[in-house]
Ligand binder design. Structure first.
Ligand SMILES: Nc1ncnc2c1ncn2[C@@H]1O[C@H](COP(=O)(O)OP(=O)(O)OP(=O)(O)O)[C@@H](O)[C@H]1O
Ligand SMILES: [Mg+2]
Length: 249
């Protein structure tokens, strides 16, 4: 399998705070790579840096996606190349209906907007099209509903790599299963996934996992092993334990 994404020694400082301190990992086509770690360790910051959000320009290191260096590319160029992000807190779009929002995903790929495709994508995330297609994506939708609608838009975009920032937060058990199915759907289509999560249920969908501590990956390996280490030594943090980078098997 070829490398889809290579993250090489990424350092990012914002307002004199060094948040990413040499992040390094790679993801292959159709691979689900999970990142776990405590609050504030830099997971979402990494997601913004990969996506090229304003002010998240690394001072050092390289992001290589499909063989191309992304460092100087703007967010829309990265999206065109097939990289997408589902936000930890999905945005609200006042005056935009669910149907319009999902149509944009298809139009951006130059495809005809078919009502059937849109309905299928909503069904995949357990959102009833009849009830939701004409609703606005504003504060009248719950956070969990917005998260699922955002996932439906990713299904329609058919990206090559999708970054899911805590897709499981604020959703119920049924939705959790649907998210798992969506992850499997992406994997079967060869889409790589960077899965940021705190949930063990979600980790079961990962092929490999990494543990982030204070802006660095300190361990990579099988999801179960990484999860066990995290629970034993990071909750609470055991500073006396040697946290050197190690590939757990
Ligand atoms: N724009 C910014 N300016 C200054 N500090 C920031 C900025 N963005 C993030 N930080 C800090 O960087 C650290 C990492 O934040 P980040 O949101 O990446 O954490 P996280 O791992 O996603 O946490 P969580 O699990 O709570 O979502 C935090 O200490 C945060 O306060
Ligand atoms: Mg976060």
């Amino acid at each position: 399998m070829s490398k889809l994404l290579e993250v090489k020694d990424i350092h990012l400082t914002i307002d004199e705070a060094e948040i990413l301190k040499g992040m390094e990992f790679s993801i292959e086509q159709g691979e689900v790579f999970a990142l776990i770690g405590p609050n504030g360790c830099g997971k979402s910051t990494l997601a913004y840096t990969l996506m090229g959000i304003n002010n998240y320009q690394p001072q050092k290191g390289e992001i290589v996606f499909k063989g191309k260096n992304l460092n100087k590319m703007k967010i829309n160029e990265r999206a065109k190349l097939g990289l997408t992000l589902a936000w930890q807190e999905p945005a609200r779009y006042h005056g935009v209906t669910v149907r319009e929002f999902l149509s944009l995903g298809l139009k951006s790929r130059g495809e005809d907007v078919s009502e059937k495709k849109i309905r299928d994508a909503l069904n995949q995330v357990a959102i009833r099209p009849g009830q939701y297609l004409d609703r606005f994506i504003d504060k009248t939708l719950s956070g969990g509903e917005r998260k699922r609608i955002e996932l439906a838009s990713l299904i329609l975009m058919e990206p090559d790599l999708v970054i899911l920032d805590e897709p499981d937060s604020g959703v119920d058990v049924v939705a959790l299963n649907n998210i798992g199915e969506v992850i499997n759907h992406f994997r079967e289509n060869g889409t790589g996934i960077l899965l940021i999560t705190h949930s063990e249920e979600m980790l079961h969908y990962a092929d490999r996992a990494a543990l982030v501590c204070e802006g660095e990956i300190i361990r990579q390996g099988k999801p179960d092993a990484i999860s066990d280490y995290f629970k034993s030594y990071c909750l609470p943090c055991h500073k006396e334990v040697e946290c050197d980078t190690e590939v757990a098997s």
